[in-house]
Design a protein around this ligand. Sequence first.
Ligand SMILES: [Zn+2]
Length: 344
Amino acid sequence: MVESLQDTSSDALQDILQEVLPAPVRALAEADFSAVARAFGDAGFTVAEPADGILTIRRPRTSRPAVLLSVGVHGDETGPIELTAYLLDALAREPQALAVDLMVCVGSIGAIRAGKRFIDADLNRMFRAERGSLAGTAEAARADEMIAATAAFFADAGPERWHLDLHTAIRASHYPTFAIVPELIEAGARERLVGWLGEAGIGAVILNRETAGTYSFHTAEHYGAAGSTVELGRIGTLGRNDLAQFAAASAALDRLLRGQPSPPDAQASPHLFRVAQNIIKLSDGLTMAFGRETQNFTPLRQGDEIARDGDTVYTVQHAEEFVVFPNPDVRIGLRAGMMVVRIG
Ligand SMILES: [Zn+2]
């Protein structure tokens, strides 16, 4: 999840931001909601910006589904910013088509501007009670703003609550698109979420019992949202993403926001996995049995060594486990990888 912080030429990025990007993409990447806010405000919606990079659009005194859409929680994952920018721009041209109460959150504004994954530390580890060594980082302060806005958004919401936290993966994956879904989501809502993920072209769903401090687990745990961290393909440069890889997700999101039914030819159900064990980094001595180029969902067999950290040796417990998000370079105490088993 955490990788190189090498500066992808900030000047070059600024050039792209200034000259090449379509206006809606540039605006969202800069957390500038002014055009969208004006369109929905003029159409009679209640529009607010409770914090930088956070927009809410609501119809008071109605019980519409509440949908939280977050992008750019990792500043270098730009594809979802593009796809969301186009969806919002299209909706702003016909605001009455919006059928849900919507909160859009652009996560790591500073990191997006800098063309980096984060400034001090991974924002998607901050949504937990104990932040330990992560407290005091720029991202901890940003997470506090996001938590406050999210709590306020869901406080008045009806029972149907969604949170789609859109990411792109760093490394290749046996499933190019996959999602993490907290097991604690109520069964019916979870089933609808997994169905929607299938429509969005998501190939695999990992059910997760324990939080790693992610934003979507937080909304599921505290506000009863059907929340998911959705990995939508490969990381790319803003304005240069191949949007074809996001077409199914974009269409499914558009239907969700417009309250439209699933098409009869909806995509197949995702393959289901469950987290079997988390590899926690206990010390700087952690070594993993595979390199950083290892694909997500690479299979390992029972007894295979996964990682070694001092006296602790992590081995595969089930007949077959698949590695997801391997990364020995996280901070001590954080997850250096997860092992999952196929359940459906
Ligand atoms: Zn990410």
